[in-house]
Design a protein around this ligand. Structure first.
Ligand code: ATP
Ligand code: MG
Length: 566
């Protein structure tokens, strides 16, 4: 990513003003605080680029902090995947890998301090009762009958909560703020709950766990964070964030909220993505259709294309849905510049060049990347038997069809002009089994010396030289632009696209693709960008993912004719 370009947004403007006024001695220290309860998705990439990007540009620091205060849903597998994904994007937290669970002892001490200050109490109401007492946006709340407990009684009970004397859900520690506050979050919110559950890091040491609102602001404070950047949903929590830090007289980071990324035709919620994984509606968190960073990586996305995307969409204060085409275009732009061109036939149709000698073969020059001359040329074999795309031949073509048909002449890319004599059909099925053509030897390289023009240029591979491969074509995971929005009585899964994966098992690729490694990406001429799927490829049959088609195929559906093939 270019770092010379000056990025600006409202968050950076606030930071500039803070630096100008000498706040935090001019320090900038951010953090990315994932909860390890799922794999990161493209929305997290936006948050990562923002917090790590600010630290980089202001010569500050960004911590990676696992917000692991909810032992029920958190796992080490997720911690590992999150680290891999942040590193893959190209960001470095150096030695600053922190865990909210490492602060449990400190957080507990802060809770006792609040109790001693008369700012927190142990409440025996059930969850249900607490909800009833809270009131609503239009009705004030009511004080809990336990609100008047003495400091000594509260301290004793809280210590016994920690010691494991009480059952899950029987008591909570609550902040003593204001049951009639206009902010519902300020109506004596719970700070600690009892859960006799092992934690993935602290084991069975604790049976009380801090709530997000208590743990988060104090973790930020403990780490000396200056700007705590989070998504808009947390704007509601900001009064509580500030209240807790204010009561304890500790370092006070500033919480800044930005609009989360919503992407069309997918869902960006770990809870929903987990459902897709658990219900086996996708092959895993790294299914190439998933909007997870591991899915995008396996699909063939590059970190640069994702970072450029995050920069393009910018940072705003209102929520909107970004079209997934913006992400795809960011990738296309990069791949167009960097990918070598090769030829591969996805749905092969045999072509026999009847005037080409049976025992002859030759090597022709093909340009590796017309966008980058330094990539040079390669040799591709040509012979009497070739494959072209089934779609590139029609026995009875409409007028505007410029590809191969009986009596018509086309160019084979980097090879010759060929003219079709006839189609041969399988007697049993009636389907076209091969096409017979003649070639014009004078057109070697794909140009006619007599100035004769052809309208179509087809890609092809030499049958005896081709390698066999499986190719997986992907479409949007959901059919609806807002995939979260379901019909009455249905949920988001009813929007799943049943055609999001197409597997082609009989593809033929030019022999240079034998060299394809897990990191190589190619443009298959006319068919899109592809990469090896290292997870499914076996020695005998390589598997390629289509990363993205050359153009947005959904636009084609809306505007027929716009993306006419040659
Ligand atoms: P989800 O809604 O997917 O469950 P989350 O907010 O619970 O996500 P966290 O692990 O708590 O996930 O998120 C870590 C950070 O990433 C938070 O600061 C959060 O605001 C940010 N984040 C999460 N989703 C998005 C998104 N769609 N766009 C931008 N930032 C996001
Ligand atoms: Mg969260």
């Amino acid at each position: 990513m270019e770092t010379s370009k000056k990025i600006t947004n409202f968050i950076r403007e606030i930071i500039d003003a803070d630096i100008a006024s000498g706040k935090n001695q001019g320090r900038v220290h951010t953090r990315f605080p994932p909860e390890p309860n799922g794999y990161l998705h493209i929305g997290h990439a936006k948050a990562i680029c923002l917090s790590f990007g600010i630290a980089r540009d202001y010569k500050g620091l960004c911590n990676l902090r696992f917000d692991d205060t909810n032992p029920e849903t958190e796992e080490t597998e997720y911690v590992e995947s999150i680290k891999e994904d942040v590193r893959w994007l190209g960001f470095d937290w150096q030695e600053r890998e922190y865990y909210a669970s490492d602060y449990f002892e400190k957080l507990y001490a802060y809770a006792e301090e609040l109790i001693k200050k008369g700012k927190a109490y142990v409440c025996d109401l059930s969850q249900e009762e607490i909800r009833k007492y809270r009131g609503t946006l239009t009705e004030p709340g009511k004080n809990s009958p336990y609100r008047k407990r003495s400091v000594e009684e509260n301290l004793g009970l809280f210590r016994r909560m920690r010691a494991g004397e009480f059952e899950d859900g029987s008591r909570v520690l609550r902040a003593k703020i204001d049951m009639v506050s206009a902010h519902l979050i300020m109506r004596d919110p719970p700070l600690y709950r009892i859960k006799h559950i092992s934690h993935h890091r602290s084991g069975d040491k604790w049976c009380i766990y801090p709530m997000y609102d208590f743990a988060h602001c104090l973790s930020d404070s403990i780490e000396g964070i200056t700007h705590s950047i989070c998504t808009l949903e947390f704007a509601n929590n900001r009064p509580l964030y500030e209240w807790i830090l204010g009561q304890l007289e500790v370092h006070r980071p500033k919480q800044l909220e930005f609009a989360r990324l919503n992407l069309s035709h997918t869902v960006l919620s770990k809870r929903k993505l987990l459902q897709l994984v658990e219900e086996k509606l996708v092959s895993g968190w790294d299914d190439p259709r998933m909007p997870t960073l591991s899915g995008l990586r396996r699909r063939g996305y590059t970190p640069e294309s994702i970072k450029n995307f995050c920069e393009t969409i910018g940072v705003a204060k209102f929520n909107s849905i970004v079209d997934i085409v913006v992400l795809e275009n960011s990738l296309r732009e990069e791949l167009n510049k960097t990918c070598p061109r090769v030829m591969g036939v996805l749905r092969p149709l045999k072509v026999i060049i009847t005037n080409y000698p049976e025992d002859k073969q030759e090597l022709l020059d093909a340009v590796n990347n017309p966008e980058d001359e330094t990539c040079g040329v390669r040799k591709i074999p040509f012979s009497r038997t070739l494959y072209i795309e089934q779609d590139d031949f029609l026995e009875e073509p409409p007028k505007k069809f410029f590809r191969l048909a009986p009596g018509r002449e086309v160019r084979l890319r980097y090879a010759y002009f060929i003219k079709c004599l006839k189609a041969v059909k399988d007697e049993k099925t009636g389907r076209i089994s091969e096409v017979h053509c003649i070639y014009d030897p004078a057109t070697r390289g794909g140009d006619s010396p007599d100035g004769r023009k052809v309208k179509g240029t087809l890609h092809w591979v030499s049958a005896p030289h081709a390698i066999k491969a499986e190719i997986r074509l992907y479409d949007h995971l959901f059919t609806k632009r807002n995939a979260n929005e379901a019909e009455e009585g249905a949920d988001f899964k009813s929007n799943l696209n049943s055609d999001s994966l197409e597997i082609l098992t009989d593809c033929r690729l030019e022999p240079s693709l034998k060299e394809a490694g897990p990191q190589s990406r190619y443009q298959f001429e006319r068919m899109g960008y592809f990469c090896l799927d290292s997870k499914s490829s076996t020695g005998s049959l390589p598997v390629f993912n289509r990363i993205v088609a050359l153009r947005d195929s959904w636009a084609k559906v809306e505007k027929p004719g716009r993306n006419k093939k040659t």
